[in-house]
Design a protein around this ligand. Structure first.
Ligand code: GLN
Length: 228
């Protein structure tokens, strides 16, 4: 059983819950998804974390009353080998934590650096990350997110599951400051790095949970089931 802590501060959190469920079925790994709303829920029982995308300033504010981010940062410092997936605003929170913590991914990041909301875009990306293949699954109504958000239908067929291409959805996305990247670049958009891996922390500037390709969630579950 893999216990996944999902930060429920704001943003695309229900989509991440659904993608995590789908990835668990693809891998045949049991998961429990813990919807984190209060700092006191963040404990040593969690095997991995997801920091969704949305709006990082809103997330920092939403965290204040129940100290969720503070607890998440403390947990990451205590458990450096347990995997964390941060997407978009989640990547910002990893690269620019609070004043009590060093960055959890070694790279600079600039917010909103592709432009305004209307400059949001989709693009084909190149991924170099070892991820176990998953079997095809169909989620039933109970397993879908409660708002019935539909992922973009880009699920790769079994024969393509090892393919390196990934459909990237960038929504008022941040950019890694390319010359400052001191960890592993693992996803690129042309020449530009848009995903990095630093130890057990994977940070993506796009939104994989909005597509039907669950490989990054499989990576998280696979890595969590093999961590100490
Ligand atoms: N623009 C947002 C921020 O600065 C991030 C966008 C996203 O997560 N889709 O926090």
């Amino acid at each position: 059983m893999v216990r996944v802590g999902l930060a429920m501060l704001q943003g695309a959190r229900y989509e991440h819950a659904e993608a995590t469920k789908a990835a668990s079925l693809q891998l045949g790994v049991d998961v429990e998804i813990i919807h984190l709303k209060m700092g006191k829920q963040v404990n040593a029982e969690l095997d991995c974390l997801i920091l969704p995308g949305g709006e990082s300033t809103a997330m920092r504010k939403a965290s204040q009353s129940e100290s969720l981010l503070e607890a998440i940062y403390a947990w990451m410092s205590e458990h450096p080998t347990r995997p964390v997936l941060g997407t978009c605003a989640g990547a910002i929170l990893l690269a620019q934590p609070d004043s009590a913590h060093e960055p959890f991914i070694r790279t600079g990041i600039s917010r909103n650096a592709w432009g305004r909301q209307r400059d949001s875009f989709e693009a084909m990306l190149e991924v170099s990350l070892e991820v176990p293949a998953g079997k095809d699954v169909e989620l039933n109504a109970d397993e879908r997110n409660q708002f019935n958000h539909q992922p973009l239908p880009v699920q790769p067929s079994a024969s393509e599951s090892s393919a390196k291409q990934f459909h990237g959805v960038f929504i008022r996305a941040p950019r890694f400051e390319q010359s400052s990247i001191e960890c592993n670049p693992i996803v690129s958009l042309g020449e530009e790095t848009v995903g990095v891996l630093d130890g057990a922390r994977l940070a993506l500037t796009f939104h994989p949970e909005l597509t039907g390709d669950y490989r990054f969630h499989r990576w998280l579950l696979h890595r969590a089931s093999n961590a100490d």
